[in-house]
Design a protein around this ligand. Structure first.
Ligand code: IMP
Ligand code: MG
Length: 178
């Protein structure tokens, strides 16, 4: 793996992301339990989650937030096929309304793993919010309850998503040229 950053091309601008995140907050606010818990799947979702909770605050919703680190990728652009729990949440989810927030839905394995774990621990309701959905790439039957943008089968970076640790801090979403 080379250390040079691959060429990229803008896919979704900062303005479009901001507008859609506000829209997602409106959708979530319509049916959110007063005392719901957001479980953010790290690392990729931290930028999205930070904007989403501020957008929720603007529409009067104040969830609790916890973090879980799951790993399915190595450092390349292909999923390894198995999900590992690297770091767990500390909140008790029994009887709670949980919203799992992740950056991107591809095979569905990461999201399914997180949702199954929340249900196994007794969460009363488990919903999902994804910034991006790579439609047509699913190997597990799972869909997002709230979805920011549908994209095709391309590897994207920026706004928290990385390619071998590159481009995580990019303020917009770009496609890696392959
Ligand atoms: P899944 O388990 O195959 O659905 O993959 C989801 C996880 O893989 C996401 O949480 C991301 O961390 C990572 N991922 C999938 N596609 C991309 C991409 O295009 N860019 C960066 N990370 C990705
Ligand atoms: Mg991820």
């Amino acid at each position: 793996m080379s250390d040079t950053r691959p060429a990229i091309e803008t896919l979704i601008s900062e303005e479009d992301i901001a507008g859609r995140v506000a829209g997602l907050a409106d959708e979530i606010a319509e049916s959110a339990d007063k005392n719901f818990l957001i479980v953010v799947i790290l690392k990729g979702s931290f930028v999205f989650a930070a904007d989403l909770i501020r957008a929720l605050e603007r529409v009067g919703v104040e969830p609790q937030v916890d973090f879980m680190t799951l790993s399915s990728y190595g450092t390349g652009t292909e999923s390894s096929g198995s999900v590992a729990l690297v770091r767990d949440i500390s909140e008790d989810v029994a009887g709670r309304d949980v919203l799992v927030v992740d950056d991107i839905l591809e095979s569905g394995r990461t999201l399914a793993y997180a949702c199954d774990l929340m249900r196994a621990r007794g969460a009363s309701k488990v919903r999902t919010c994804l910034l991006l959905d790579k439609t047509g790439k699913r190997s597990v039957p799972i869909e997002a309850d709230y979805c920011g943008f549908e994209i095709g089968d391309r590897f994207v970076v920026g706004y928290g998503l990385d390619y071998a640790h590159h481009y995580r801090g990019l303020p917009y979403i770009a496609v890696v040229q392959r």
